[in-house]
Each structure stands twice: as C-alpha cells, then as structure tokens.
Design a binder for this molecule. Structure first.
Ligand SMILES: [Zn+2]
Length: 404
C-alpha cells in the first residue's frame, strides 16, 4: 500500500469532529481502534504481532530473535493533538516494509515494528510510560497506581482493556535482543524548513520534566467574601504562570503550564483548590534545575502572601539524551548513498527513542514540519516529505537488517 492510502485509513480514528484534533488516549476505545488497525496492517504484511507485558505492540518481520532492528513510535496523542505526532512513525514503518517487500528484500536480521503505549502521558501523567516500564525506569507498582483525571488507575484501565496489569515490568530479555532502535517522528519545531531539507537525523533530546503544583485555598462566596478575608488559590497560581515564563526567559529554558484544574470550577465561587502542571525543558540539566527552583520559590512566596498552602512535586524527569553516534553515522552514510540529505538536529521534545537510548543504540529521523506547530490540530507535514521519510526509513532498515 502507498503511504497515502495507509494514512487515510488511520486518519479518522480518535479524531474529534469539533476541533479536528486527536484524542487517542491510552486504553480507551480510540486507542483500541488504533491498535487493532496496526495489528491488522502488520498481519496483512505477514508480520507476527504481539503485545508485551507493558502493552507495547511488536510486529515481527521474519524470525524473532537477537540482533533485531526495531523501528516505530506511538499511536496515542495529547488532548486535541495533531495527526502526525507518533502516528507518522508507525505508518512510515508499515509503508517502508511495503517498499522493501516490493523490492523483494527480506531481512537477514529480525526486524520489528513497535507501537509504544502512553507516550504522551496524556491520560496517566507520565510521558513515555510504555518505554519506561519496558526499560524499568518506572517502578511497576507505582505505574499501576497512576490515575487519570477521573480517578481510574492504570491497572484498572489495562484490566478493562483485557491486559493483565500484574505483568507490568522491565523486559531485559527483549531489550538485550535489540541491536538498534530507529524512531521516525514529525519534526516538532521548525529547523528543517529553512534548510530546505525534507528529513533530518536526531542529535539528542533536551533534559525535561513535569511538576505538579497543588494550591490549596478555601472556597468562598464570590460576592460576600471580603477580598482581605479570602484564601484564593487562583491568585498564586496566576502569578506562578507569569513567574515561570520569566524564569524560563532569564535562563534560556522553556517552561509551560498547559494543564490546570480549578475546584470546584464555579463562576460565582472563590475556588477551593487549583491544580496545575509545569513542564520545563532546557539544553542542560543544571538549567532545568535552576529554572524549577526559581519557579518553586516564587510560587511559595505568592502562596504565603495569599494564605494558600502549596505542595509541588516532580511527576517525571528525563535526563539529557545523546543518540548513539556510530548508529547515526551509519544511517547518515546510507542516506547519503541513497541521495537523501539529512541534517542533524537537537530536539526539545521527549520520545520513546530517548528512553530506549539508555539501553539500546537508538536514533531518530525527523520529517519536516513546515510551520513547526505540534501538539495542535494544525500540526502538518506535506505528503511528499512523508514519502521521503518512508524512503529514508526503508533505506536505513535495508542497510541495518540487510546482507552484511
Ligand atoms: Zn511523539
């Protein structure tokens, strides 16, 4: 099948008709539809599909065994996300298999297409949850207890979807059998466009983390409670948003508060509590730490001024990632030999490839995003660039898994 026809099949799944954005949250019906689609497509190509104990999907081309070359990405999305983030890496992997099978290529080493679960952390709060469980960078018991906004735990959600949460945990046997992991992803930024390049190679990933802030105040009447008597958690929250922006600007980091829940969320009531999530990223760990410390002390000060209790805790942290240089050099050489120019870029976005890079040689391919917009329904990549991504991925797979 062509990339375009595959894309059109997946495109409507989990798409909100109102916003045009995707709501492919893990272990929901939309997620199940995406997983079933991937399984059907992989099996149609003669690949053997299995779900690992952490809910990640693996489609094996040829025998399953050591020295495997793995490619893939994720199928879940952020709230009202774009269609390309994650899905592009899964669809190009299927299309690359088609391209290679059409050339009668058969891998000499095992090849697997992977679709990782809960990469965005949109439902349970921890980004790259599937690859973190696989590599053991999150404790299985802690993961089982993670809850979504409705209070449903990961264990409950997995059980409802027919997966046994008791089996969550690291898989050294699987990881030991992987010789290379290559993740193709839509560019989330705008570096390739000014260079006139359709594809790029990943250099590394900025360190990044998420923190949860709980501002606990006191609910009151919006009309009768005197301003001086209030303990309004919205005020220190609002000041913290501005302080985060300033701290990031001062230190060369980026800081975002993109999720907030006010309780009880009434128009004529002083809220009792405000919960907010802070995301901070920077080129190095010291800058992340300094930025978070600045925001924390500002937030504590604002909370004291308003008689509001604050608790702030880290929900996840991913250290600086440098992708495997020998793998990247080999990919660059194979791409150059195929006439595909691929400049090397850093990224401030987290990926499963970053988590896996601690255990296996990992690399990333990026496909040009002309506007740079991501995590938005406006996210876009041109069809011709996606097709260039398919050719690049097929070239890399043929080189890594082909005759030596
Ligand atoms: Zn992604």
């Amino acid at each position: 099948m062509t990339f375009d026809s595959l894309w059109r099949e997946l495109e409507p799944l989990g798409r909100d008709p109102g916003t045009g954005g995707y709501r492919r949250y893990s272990w929901t019906p939309a997620d199940a539809a995406c997983r079933a689609w991937f399984t059907r497509q992989a099996e149609h190509r003669g690949l053997a599909v299995e779900s690992d104990n952490n809910g990640n999907l693996w489609a094996w081309w040829g025998r399953k065994g050591p020295g495997a070359i793995v490619t893939g990405s994720h199928l879940d999305s952020v709230p009202d996300g774009g269609g390309f983030d994650g899905a592009l890496g899964v669809v190009t992997a299927l299309a690359a298999v088609d391209l290679l099978q059409a050339k009668s290529f058969y891998p000499e080493r095992p090849v697997a297409l992977a679709a990782f679960t809960e990469e965005e952390g949109a439902r349970f709060g921890v980004a790259c949850l599937g690859s973190r469980l696989l590599t053991g960078t999150i404790d299985a018991a802690a993961a089982r207890a993670l809850a979504d906004d409705a209070g449903t735990t990961l264990a409950e959600a997995m059980a409802a979807a027919g997966h046994d949460p008791a089996r969550l945990g690291p898989r050294d046997d699987l990881l030991d059998g992987i010789a290379a992991f290559v993740e193709l992803h839509v560019e989330q930024g705008r570096a390739l466009d000014p260079m006139g390049a359709a594809i790029g190679l990943g250099d590394g990933i900025w360190p990044h983390g998420r923190w949860r802030l709980d501002f606990q105040g006191r609910a009151d009447h919006a009309g009768t409670a005197r301003l001086a008597d209030r303990h309004d958690p919205m005020l220190p929250y609002a000041s913290t948003v501005l302080a985060a922006r300033q701290a990031a600007a001062d230190s060369g980091a980026v800081a975002t508060i993109g999720k907030v829940i006010a309780e009880p969320n009434g128009t004529n009531a002083v809220p009792s509590a405000v919960r907010a999530w802070l995301d901070v990223r920077a080129p190095d760990a010291g800058t992340v730490e300094k930025t978070v410390t600045t925001i924390r002390s500002a937030s504590e000060r604002f909370s004291r001024e308003h008689g509001v209790a604050l608790s702030m805790r880290q929900e996840s942290y991913t250290p600086l990632v440098r992708f495997d240089e020998p793998l990247r050099d080999r990919m660059a050489a194979a791409l150059a030999a195929a006439g595909l120019a691929a400049p090397v870029l850093p990224t401030a976005a987290g990926h499963d490839a970053g988590i896996l890079s601690a255990r296996v040689p990992a690399a990333m391919l990026f496909v040009r995003n002309p506007t740079g917009i991501s995590h938005s329904p406006a996210e876009h990549a041109e069809l011709a660039d996606c097709e260039a991504g398919v050719r690049a991925l097929a070239t890399v797979l043929a080189d890594l898994a082909g005759p030596t």
